[in-house]
Design a protein. Structure first.
Length: 48
């Protein structure tokens, strides 16, 4: 799983990380969220 938050004050990533860890599921945090991804020049792929 890749988990990320909507903004700098969002704590949903931490909550998701705790839940996934308890389930022994692998995950990575995407620091900076979608905007950080875009800022680094990576593509965004959608199904729309």
């Amino acid at each position: 799983f890749v988990i990320y938050c909507a903004g700098p004050h969002c704590n949903a990533t931490e909550k998701a990380a705790v839940r996934l860890a308890k389930l022994a599921r692998p995950f990575k945090k995407m620091i900076g969220g979608i905007e950080g991804w875009r800022d680094e020049g990576f593509d965004i792929v959608t199904t729309r």
